[in-house]
Design a protein around this ligand. Structure first.
Ligand code: GLN
Length: 535
């Protein structure tokens, strides 16, 4: 396709309606037609990136291959379209302002007064077009975070308004709203949608397509009404009804012709119907699985489903490819101790020890690991989870009393996990960890090498602390092996106890690299081990 087309996705009425999933589904449908598609997200907050945000604020922090700490929606994008994103795919207001202010200090504005319009909006527009021009995508889908009417999102909406004029037919606006159901009168109410579209119109944007999130089927009548009041065609009113799995959404969108309506509006000839073959195979495997595999996720954010989003999705994908239904049991690490470990964990087929920061809930992770190690329960430790494996082993097997990570105890006598040399002296917290994809060489006969089917892998990192190589001989002599290393630095990336059925800890985050069509092999192997354990 000659010109890149730009699709904007805005949201109204309420937050958390699933703009990210709609954007990803749209991308999936265009990709199925052979187009090169990417998705970006604009977050209207002042933080430079979500890296310093508490998971209670914004859920999981996702990490891209180029080491950007990103909004969790980028995880959805990658899982849906199986394409890697970069820092260009997630921009915050903080980054926009930082870049404009840097230019101002350099004198780039030649003495002009720097203003929201045009300088901030120009910077937003530049970031939208960057993906199209630099990377030559056919479609760039831009999700605008927040809800229309928020003060923070105004400059973004204004930029979309301007881009619509500049791009003409090469631009499309999709607006996602919510249609509440009043149980008392058994009615679906469209007024909030009408108001939300009016608000958008007041800001100068006429949406081309409306996607209505709903818990009940929308009648043709309701769609006609919305179309009439909102200046869109009835076939451009699409419903997004609640479905058991987010992975069903692209299929639901395709059934209503979302992609065809969009292509027609942009004047692109629509060729034959496309199939979502492999995607649908995944769905049918997921839906037809009846046998259950029970994985216990030990972490401190159990009350917060979004905190471990990528891990949950990776486990679901792995269970599906093992033709099992995943039963994920969240186990609060703060409530775990040596005395109740058996009671809380004995039902689990496998355990995943979650990543994290800080002391809270740490002792519970040690109790879970002691139980898993002594009872030979298949276990995967991720990042802090791997570090906990090392500490627990040091304390309880090597007899190194009070062994710890210097993150938790700066004065520990046995700093089996310690700060990397490069990290010493770093003061700023934002964007300064070991971030992004790094190479790892695996020992030939190790469990992970068998899982990946290769000894050379690349996985993404997000941590400051590392296995302390000084203690390596002690660990290896006694049975915990270091089976994965960074080829350039010699840093330990993977440990395992080979005498156990499946006990592997990884310093990296395999969950950032697991998609619907390409599940992460380590997760697939871990879930398989959990299933075998059940038998
Ligand atoms: N807190 C640990 C570190 O910084 C682990 C981080 C993580 O689990 N992502 O090294």
């Amino acid at each position: 396709m000659s010109d890149t087309k730009y699709i904007f996705v805005t949201g109204g009425v309420a937050s958390s309606l699933g703009k990210g999933i709609i954007s990803a589904s749209m991308a999936k449908l265009l990709q199925a037609r052979g187009y090169k598609v990417t998705i970006q997200k604009f977050d209207p907050y002042i933080n430079i990136d979500p890296g310093t945000l508490n998971p209670y604020e914004h859920g999981e922090c996702y990490v891209t291959v180029d080491g950007h700490e990103a909004d969790l929606d980028l995880g959805h994008y990658e899982r849906f379209i199986n394409e890697q994103t970069t820092r260009a795919n997630n921009i915050t207001t903080g980054r926009i302002y930082q870049s404009v202010i840097d230019k101002e200090r350099r004198g780039d504005f030649l003495g002009k007064t720097v203003q929201v319009v045009p300088h901030i909006t120009d910077e937003i527009k530049r970031n939208v077009k960057l993906l199209g021009t630099k990377h030559k995508y056919d479609f760039v889908i831009t999700e605008i975070g927040g809800t229309v009417g928020d003060i923070e999102s105004l400059p973004y909406i204004e930029s979309v308004r301007q881009l619509r004029w500049e791009l003409g037919k090469n631009c499309l606006c999709i607006h996602l709203t919510y249609v509440p159901y009043l149980a008392a009168t058994k009615e679906l109410k469209t007024k909030p949608t009408q108001h939300s579209v009016k608000q958008l119109q007041e800001l100068g944007i006429q949406p081309d397509i409306l996607v209505l999130r709903t818990e009940h089927e929308l009648s043709a009548e309701v769609r006609r009404k919305v179309a009439l009041f909102c200046n869109v065609e009835p076939n451009a009113v699409i419903q997004s009804i609640d479905v058991p799995s987010i992975y069903e959404v692209p299929v639901k969108m395709q059934e209503q012709g979302l992609d065809i309506v969009a292509l027609n509006k942009m004047g692109i000839p629509v060729t034959e119907e496309v199939s979502l073959g492999p995607w649908k195979n995944f769905l049918s495997r997921m839906q037809s699985a009846t046998e259950i595999v029970k994985i216990g996720l030990v972490g401190k954010y159990v009350e917060l489903p979004d905190a471990y989003k990528s891990i949950n999705e990776s486990l679901l994908q792995a269970a599906t490819y093992n033709d099992h239904k995943l039963k994920l049991v969240f186990i609060h690490s703060e409530k775990l101790n040596d005395a109740n470990a058996k009671e809380l964990l004995s039902e689990m087929d496998g355990l995943l020890i979650a990543p994290g920061f800080g002391q809270r809930g740490l002792e519970g992770k040690f109790s879970a690991l002691k139980y898993a190690r002594e009872n030979d329960v298949p276990t995967l430790g991720v990042c802090l989870g791997m570090q906990c494996m090392v500490i627990e082993y040091a304390r309880n097997v090597l007899g190194l009393e009070n062994a710890n990570s210097t993150e938790m105890d700066i004065k520990t006598p046995y700093n089996v996990i310690d700060l990397m040399e490069e990290q010493k002296g770093i003061i700023n917290l934002g964007g300064t960890m070991r971030l992004g994809a790094y190479e790892c060489e695996l020992e030939k006969d190790s469990t992970p090498a068998k899982a990946y089917g290769t000894t050379h892998i690349q996985e993404r990192h997000r941590h400051r602390f590392e296995f302390n190589n000084k203690f390596k001989p002690d660990f290896e002599k006694s049975g915990m092996q270091c089976v994965g290393h960074n080829p350039d630095t010699g840093l330990v990336e993977v440990v395992e106890i080979p005498t156990l059925k499946w006990y592997v800890g990884v310093q990296y985050h395999p969950e950032y690299n697991s998609t619907v069509l390409k599940p992460n092999p380590l997760f697939v192997a871990f879930v398989k081990a959990a299933i075998d354990n059940k038998k």
